[in-house]
Design a protein around this ligand. Structure first.
Ligand code: GLN
Length: 230
């Protein structure tokens, strides 16, 4: 357990769902903090055996090729795929949404060969909104999240290019192209049963509502009422 894990764990209520945050690269600390605020008992996960001790797994944003490579080195790809495939609730944000996808393509639509968990019936376009300088923030209505729009931070974000019939669209964004012309709406938050994916970084805006939605999914899978966070 790291100091960060201990800090995030301090104060978790009895019976709070234990949520693993894949701690190989990316926004691990931020997610541990928001999960604790949302009423979870969060723990950094680096080893396959830890997957047996969590009620849900969050795969953070970062760099999907790096996280995928490290997950391969740590022997985590197959255990993650198997556990999530067997019903372990999963939440992927940005790079995490890419890792959960069945297929990744590059910004120009060419294949992006990289390790993927293939848990969601989605094709994800990496860096879809452009490069680092095209990162942006916007307010977004998310289905299932009450209380008004969420402030969404997109950093070299993907969008969900296409999805199977079992994938529910929870939020879309209408991007503009390089000449300022509006493009069709693109899917940026989606759910497939016990799996949630977000193209933006919900851990960066100080708003725990999307994490709470994930905890509701986890609690339903545990047959328990949703936790009350702060
Ligand atoms: N562009 C990154 C990738 O392809 C994702 C960026 C992010 O997670 N903020 O993996």
């Amino acid at each position: 357990m790291t100091a960060v894990g201990r800090e995030a764990l301090a104060g978790a209520a009895d019976g709070a769902p234990r949520i693993g945050v894949l701690a190989l690269q990316g926004d691990v600390l931020e997610h541990l903090r928001v999960l604790a605020r949302a009423g979870a008992d969060p723990v950094p996960v680096k080893h396959a055996a830890q997957l047996d001790e969590v009620d849900g797994i969050l795969i953070p944003g970062g760099e999907s090729t790096t996280i995928g490579r490290l997950a391969t080195l740590y022997g985590l790809i197959d255990p993650l795929r198997e556990r999530i495939g067997a019903g372990l609730p999963a939440f992927g944000t940005c790079a995490g949404a890419i890792l959960l996808a069945a297929e990744a393509i590059g910004p120009d639509g060419s294949p992006s060969p990289q390790p993927l968990l293939c848990c969601m019936d989605t094709v994800v376009r990496r860096n879809a909104f452009g490069s680092q300088v095209d990162s942006f923030e916007t307010d977004l209505d998310v289905k299932g999240v009450d209380g008004g729009p969420m402030h969404a931070v997109f950093i070299r974000a993907p969008w969900i290019e296409s999805a199977g019939a079992g994938v529910e669209v929870l939020a879309t964004v209408k991007p503009i192209d390089r000449d300022g012309a509006p493009l069709d709406a693109k899917v940026v938050v989606a759910r497939q049963g016990h799996i949630l994916a977000s193209a933006f970084h919900p851990e960066l805006a100080g708003d725990p509502r999307l994490h709470r939605l994930f905890l509701e999914i986890v609690q339903v899978s545990r047959g328990q009422p949703a936790p009350t966070g702060k």
